[in-house]
Structure formats: C-alpha cells, structure tokens
Design a protein around this ligand. Structure first.
Ligand code: ATP
Ligand code: MG
Length: 421
C-alpha cells in the first residue's frame, strides 16, 4: 500500500496532463501579449486580514474556504483564495499607479477548502486580468472582448456564453438589500439552510443559489436594476451598446451577483452547459473603491479570472486536446562510445531547435528501434560501430516515407535541411 497520498482536493499533473496545460498556456501568453497587458507575480501567502477586509468576512471564500494558520511570528496568514486582492496590495505597496493606469495579468495556484468535485478543487489555477485606473465602461467592454477573442483562439466560442449584470454602486446596493431582505423574510419558510444563514450575512448571494427549489422565489424577487440611479444605469446601458457594436452576444442575468464583496457596476460570467454546476469558466467585474480601501488612491479597477482546470475539462470534453508527441529525433547507439559521439551530434541539433530524445540503457539496436517507433519521434539518428569508424551518421524516417540515409557527419545540418522538408 502507498505510504503517502495526495491531500483531499489536490491534484498531481503527470506529463500526459501537463502537455495540455502547456498547450493552453502558450495560447494564453500569445493572447495576453497581443493586448499588451503586463505580468505581475505576488506571493501565495499573505496576511489573513488582507482577504478578510477586502473579499469580505461574510463571503463563502473568507468565511468557510480559506486555508488560514498561525505563523511562528504569531501573525495569521492565509493561502491566497483569489488573485485580485494580492495584485492590488502589491500595486498599492509599490505606488505602481503613480505613473498612470496599468493593465496587468497574473497566473498561478489559488486555494479554497471546499468540497471537491469535478471542476472544483482545493488547489486550482486562475489566469487573471486586472485593468487599474480606468473608469470605464469602454475598458469593461475591452476586457469582455479579450475573453471573447480567447475563446476563439481556444476553439470554445460555440460552447461558452456571456452573462452580464450590474450591481450599481454601494448606496444603491444597500438600499436594494433592504428590499430584498424584506421580500425574503416574507418567504422565509421556503428558504434552505444556506439561504437562511445568508439572509443575515450576504443576502445578495442567495440570488446566486444553485438549489433548484429556490429558483422560483429568486426569480420573483425584486431586481437590483430597478433600484439604480441614472449614472449607474447609463454606465450599464453604454456597456451593452458597446458589446452590441463589437458583436459580442450576451444574456442579461439579473440574478448574477458574484461571490466576493468588492464588486460594483459591471459583473459578468462566461458559462458553459458542458460542465454541470461547475459551469462558470471565467468570472469578473468592476471593483471601484477597492484600491482605496487597500490604502491606495481612488483608482477604479475591473478584471476577471479564468479557471484553468475548467477550461481544460471543457476542452477535453470537446476533444480539442489530442496531441501527438513532437520529438524530432530519437537517438539510437550501439555502444557507450557510440552514445557519447551521438550526444555531441544531438547537442548540435538541439541548438538548431530540434527536439532530440536520447536512448539510454544499452539495449539491442532492434529493441531501441521499437522504443523509437513507440515514442512518436519522427526520425531515428543511429550511431553504430561502422558510423563511429567512418565518421558518419544514419538517419531513418520512422514513418517510412523517406527511408534511410547514411551521411558524412560534417554534412548533417545541410543534409537535414533538405531531407526534412
Ligand atoms: P463557483 O460559483 O463555481 O464556486 P466562484 O464564484 O467561487 O465560482 P470566482 O471566485 O469568481 O469563482 O473564481 C473565478 C473562476 O475560478 C471561476 O469561475 C472558476 O472557473 C474558477 N474556480 C473558482 N473556484 C474553483 C475551484 N474550487 N476549483 C476550480 N476552479 C475554481
Ligand atoms: Mg465558489
């Protein structure tokens, strides 16, 4: 029996999996560079109070899901449950907005101690974007456009849809909350345990419930949009007009509230029907006021985070992640001396950007060829005793199209340039 096991909700990624990750990460890097966003990296561990204050004490994330423990220095620390707050902490700490607005991205593991299920883990990865110091709604439209473009690049356009809503400003939301709570109090008998708890702590989140029995009562609830002032309404209307002009289809979901306290005005989610109740692959919104709350100037902000595990699950479900190996040469050698000579040639090939796998273990040539075929490599490079003696190299096309050639070793690069094209 294995002595050591993964902790609940944690995952290992073996090479069959990391291949998928790298494929997607490369698309992400191209994509984010094409929008000229810059990368920021912050620690995984932060002071607990940072998240408590800004994500909100009454949210699920802070209230139930954080990995919090005491550091030896007695300070309470937490593994970050999300990326926005640490990003803003860093930006404020380094007065980074002093020189003007910034467009930033981050990527890395986040930690939430929730019940693990398909698409829900305790360590998961987010790719996030934060546009800081822009008051919108044009930048809100751009970051939604960015997502829309990314789905195209990943081949997911037909399988995700955009839901948007507005949360208005703080005062409008407070006023609305009172009306919502009054309505829900009247229907208290119909609420479930989770909602009863939220009634006193985070009533808006009740609207986000996944319990099918609560759908009707939530649909009938007063709508936040009806409590908005002119300014908030016009911000939202302009955003919708811009999305229309950019030809980005969206649904208005009046019940979309998001789980974290810091959002206001624009909120949005990209969802898919392919992943059951873990259907949100990307979520974001505007958080005016948060930078100030963290001690910075009064700069606005808007951003989103993409759940990498869910993107990968979705792409697997759709069959978009089937790759062959991309090894160019598999090195086969007949003796230790031959192997050392082959390693020199392999180094030259690698410096010319070929991918070369060297066989070790001194097996028979026939066995090595079997392994070469199974590896998915395109060509075998063979150094036997006769090659060693004559300063030659034999190349064999493992897909049998070009046969086999033995050439002078000094001609290797010239020969390959012609032979491989
Ligand atoms: P959900 O309603 O699914 O719990 P959330 O509102 O808690 O999502 P956010 O905090 O907005 O999620 O995080 C942004 C994205 O990160 C989510 O849309 C999802 O794709 C991903 N995500 C969040 N929590 C997890 C998790 N535990 N495991 C895997 N991915 C997650
Ligand atoms: Mg959650």
């Amino acid at each position: 029996m294995n002595k050591y096991k993964l902790l609940t909700g944690m995952q290992d990624f073996l090479p069959e999996e990391t291949k998928n990750w790298q494929y997607i990460e490369n698309i992400f890097y191209d994509w984010i560079n094409s929008y000229a966003y810059e990368s920021i990296r912050t620690p995984i561990l932060e002071a607990t109070r940072l998240f408590v204050r800004s994500v909100g004490e009454e949210t699920d994330v802070v209230g139930k899901e954080m990995y919090t423990f005491q550091d030896v220095s007695e300070e309470e620390v937490s593994l970050r449950p999300e990326g926005t707050v640490s990003t803003l902490r860093a930006v404020v700490e380094h007065s980074y907005l002093y020189s003007g607005p910034k467009k930033l991205w981050y990527y890395g593991p986040m930690f939430r101690r929730e019940r693990p299920q398909k698409g829900r883990y305790r360590q998961f990865h987010q790719f996030g974007v934060e546009a800081l110091g822009f008051s919108g709604p044009d930048i809100d439209a751009e970051i939604i456009l960015m997502c829309f473009d990314l789905w195209k690049r990943l081949g997911l356009s037909n399988d995700v849809q955009l839901e948007i809503n507005t949360l208005g400003n703080y005062e409008e939301r407070q006023n609305y909350k009172q009306h919502l709570v009054k309505y829900l109090q009247k229907n208290k008998k119909l609420l479930d345990e989770d909602s009863l708890r939220r009634l006193n702590t985070n009533p808006l989140r009740i609207l986000d419930t996944k319990n099918p029995e609560l759908q009707e009562i939530c649909n009938q609830a007063p709508r936040l949009i009806d409590f908005l002032g002119e300014e908030s309404k016009s911000f939202y209307e302009t955003l919708k007009m811009m999305l229309d002009a950019l030809e980005i289809p969206f649904y208005e979901n009046y019940r979309l509230v998001r789980g974290l306290d810091y959002y206001n005005h624009t909120v949005f989610e990209w969802t898919t029907k392919q992943l059951g109740s873990q259907g949100t692959v990307c979520a974001g919104g505007r958080y005016n006021g948060l930078i100030r709350e963290l001690g910075g100037n009064d700069a606005d902000g808007v951003g989103f985070a993409i759940g990498m595990e869910r993107i990968i699950l979705l792409m697997k479900t759709l069959g978009c992640l089937e790759f062959s190996n991309n090894i160019d040469f598999y090195v086969i050698s007949q003796s230790e001396k031959c192997l050392i000579e082959a390693m020199k040639y392999a180094t030259i090939l690698r410096s010319h950007h070929y991918s070369v796998y060297t066989h070790f273990g001194g097996q028979k040539i026939g066995t090595q060829f079997k392994k070469a075929n199974a590896s998915g490599a395109k060509y075998a490079m063979v150094i036997g005793e006769s090659e060693l003696e004559n300063n030659t190299i034999t190349f064999k096309d493992l897909r049998e199209e070009k046969g086999q050639e033995t050439i002078k070793s000094e001609d290797m690069l010239c020969f390959l340039e012609k032979w491989m094209n």
